[in-house]
Design a protein around this ligand. Structure first.
Ligand code: ZN
Length: 231
């Protein structure tokens, strides 16, 4: 963990980290609620992060990422500005508002207070299942150009990429996806939305009790049956 490097969009980038209002986020977690973040551009190319409290009716996306890809930060509740700009651009690409409310562990789980950290982690099932969509970031998928796959095999090819991705291979991130009402996957040239439904969840909970091989088979069926929506 000491050697963990939070990554920028490009290796040569040296933009500054943007922190969320930590006290406000911590207060919301302390009170048993869920903090959400939104991105707001300021003058001179600076961006600000605002925190708000989720209610039962709040529409938000929850990020699910592969920790080793560099979107974590063991030092603070902050991320490089370029990554946050990427989030905002991706929201627009997905047809959402630039300032869409979102949840990401790196910004929304207090890092320095063990009891609060546990409290926030215990909320994660609820956070992912209540999100309008789970936004999946996997470095490998983000390199793939959807537009270069042939029309007929297009969706099958995307499904194959997702099934073999690092994101899919980790039970933690997989669980986040399985809890979701819908998943949105970031590819190099666009966002692909995938539906989800309650029966899938039941099948997933069965799948988790089986061996890894069986689980992959179940998930393959699960993804096929959900189908990826055409953009
Ligand atoms: Zn940067």
């Amino acid at each position: 963990m000491a050697n963990y490097q939070t990554r920028h969009i490009r290796d040569e980038c040296n933009c500054l980290d943007v922190s969320i209002p930590v006290e406000e986020m911590t207060r919301i977690v302390t009170e048993g609620d869920v903090p959400l973040v939104s991105i707001h551009p300021q003058a001179h190319g600076i961006i600000d992060l605002c925190v708000s409290r989720a209610t039962n009716a709040t529409d938000y996306v929850a990020f699910s990422h592969v920790w080793s890809n560099g979107l974590g930060n063991p030092q603070g509740n902050s991320l490089p500005q370029c990554q946050l700009e990427y989030f905002a651009d991706a929201f627009v690409e997905a047809g959402w508002d630039r300032a869409r409310l979102f949840w990401i562990d790196t910004l929304c789980i207090p890092i320095n207070q063990a009891a609060l950290k546990t409290k926030a982690i215990n909320q994660m099932g609820l956070i992912y299942s209540a999100a309008s969509s789970v936004f999946v970031l996997d470095a490998e998928l983000q390199q793939i150009r959807v537009s270069e796959t042939a029309d007929h095999s297009h969706m099958l090819a995307l499904q194959a990429h997702i099934l073999t991705s690092a994101w899919m291979g980790r039970s933690w991130t997989l669980q986040e996806g399985a809890l979701a009402k819908a998943c949105s996957f970031a590819f190099a040239d666009g966002i692909q939305h995938m539906r989800s439904s309650l029966p899938d969840l039941e099948r997933y909970s069965l799948a988790t009790k089986k061996s890894n091989g069986d689980r992959l088979g179940m998930l393959s069926n699960l993804i096929s049956s959900r189908g990826l929506q055409e953009p």
